[in-house]
Write a protein that binds this ligand. Structure first.
Ligand SMILES: [Zn+2]
Length: 440
């Protein structure tokens, strides 16, 4: 079986983990301890998410009681001495979340050199970056200095943390490539939109600073169909495709309904599905932003019986013509895939995105959520690039089954390296043996 020959050697899990580890080593530790390095803490947290543990305490308990886990942590993750859960929480709580951003950037550059990113170019060589607010934690009692708060009418307070997640998507690609997320902070504002607006300002500025030459089309949901957001994107030389809602952009939809400047286009595909477009060009966003001109696209997907299967509207400044309409629509719909597949993947396929791994007093919740996103990025690259991982997946049929298998082998057998682990799953014990620990 020609697994090794086609293997993109530099993009296997060992090289990815090595890369992340050298990124972690560059971060200055907020406290000096003799027992554990900051890197041991960060890699252990990454291992916890990679092994899909739903709780830090459980991860700690298992590894304290199980020499095999500790041996495999050294072999597979390079952690010589595992920190306990309390020590890990204390040190990670003090870390500034922005210090993790360069690691995402470095992994993206690594992927770019492996020519993987080329497959994600869309519409004149640009990358579609989907940005979405995602809840990380919510509680009525547990909170920290940086929690966002909602005061309810009955006097109760809800505390929560949210991230703005940014992922590179492509209508024809199954995997997405997560970029560094931006935490939405308590100081950001008094209402949800204020908070998200300030967070998106930081995120857009960071993205442009980190990728100065990248052609970017940002996809956003209807909340962001706002003059301030569109101006911000223009200032940072980014294009946009934003969901347009009737309730928010009343004037724009009145013009569409009036029909005088409306153009129409229809595509009937091989399956007899009708893709119907109505669009307006160069119209004012709304009364407050009279000078800000956008194009509005209304889209319906109609099946053979005349039933509307999908409906959506978007605003964009990209050129809207019969030639570009379909590609713009596919780009707009790729965002729908992200919300329905990727975020569900995070929530349902073992990442436990909304679970509580510990709250801390300052940044712990955000740091752990960012490390979870990093684990997700590594998983996505591996899923796309590593033939040995793909062979193991083909054997186990489903990603969720493979994750369970990896974790059970990791906790029960001495595994020399990742490659042997995947070979063992794909080809069986005769081809690549792994060993029960010597308990004599
Ligand atoms: Zn908090």
């Amino acid at each position: 079986m020609a697994l090794i020959s086609g293997f993109r050697k530099h993009l296997n899990i060992e090289s990815l983990l090595q890369r992340v580890k050298s990124g972690f080593e560059k971060i200055e530790s907020p406290v000096q301890t003799r027992e554990f390095t900051l890197t041991d803490n960060l890699i252990s947290a990454l291992a916890m998410f990679r092994l899909k543990y739903s709780s830090l305490l459980k991860f700690d308990q298992d590894s304290c009681q199980n020499n095999t886990i500790r041996a495999n942590m050294e072999r597979l993750f390079g952690v010589l001495k595992m920190p306990g859960d309390t020590a890990m929480r204390e040190i990670l709580d003090l870390l500034d979340p922005a210090q993790l951003r360069p690691i995402f950037k470095d992994l993206l550059a690594f992927v770019q050199r492996g020519k993987i990113l080329e497959d994600y170019r869309y519409l004149n060589g640009a990358y579609l970056i989907s940005i979405n607010g995602t809840g990380v934690f919510r509680s009525e009692s547990v909170h920290c200095d940086n929690c966002c708060q909602i005061k309810h009418r009955n006097g109760k307070v809800s505390y929560f943390h949210q991230l703005l997640a940014a992922v590179i998507v492509h209508p024809a690609q199954k995997q997405v490539i997560p970029l560094a997320p931006e935490p939405i902070q308590q100081q950001d504002g008094t209402n949800k939109f204020d908070c998200e607006l300030r967070a998106i300002k930081r995120l857009i500025a960071d993205l442009r600073r980190e990728h100065p030459h990248m052609k970017i089309i940002v996809q956003l949901d209807g909340l962001y169909a706002d003059g301030q957001v569109i101006e911000l994107l223009r200032d940072f030389n980014m294009e946009y495709i934003i969901v347009a809602k009737r309730k928010k952009l009343t004037k724009l939809f009145e013009k569409l309904d009036a029909g005088s400047q409306v153009k129409q286009h229809e595509i009937i595909d091989k399956q007899n599905i009708r893709h119907q477009f109505r669009y307006l060009e160069d119209v004012s966003l709304n009364d407050s932003w009279d000078d800000l001109k956008v194009n509005l696209i209304e889209y319906r997907e109609v099946d053979e019986t005349g039933k509307v299967r999908y409906y959506n509207c978007w605003i964009t400044a990209l050129s809207v013509t019969p030639d570009t309409l379909e590609r713009l629509m596919r780009a707009g719909r790729a965002r729908w895939n992200v919300e329905n597949e990727t975020l569900n993947t995070l929530k349902n396929q073992g990442y436990h995105f909304e679970h509580n791994y510990g709250h801390g007093h300052k940044h712990l919740t955000t740091i752990l959520a960012m490390i979870m996103c990093l684990a997700f990025l590594i998983d996505q690259i591996e899923l796309r690039c590593c033939e040995e991982f793909q062979a193991a997946l083909a054997k186990e049929k489903k990603l969720s089954y493979l994750r369970i298998r990896i974790r059970s082998l990791f906790t029960e057998f001495i595994v020399p390296n990742w490659q042997s682990l995947y070979h063992h799953i794909a080809l069986g014990n005769d081809a690549t043996p792994i060993y029960l620990p010597d308990t004599s």
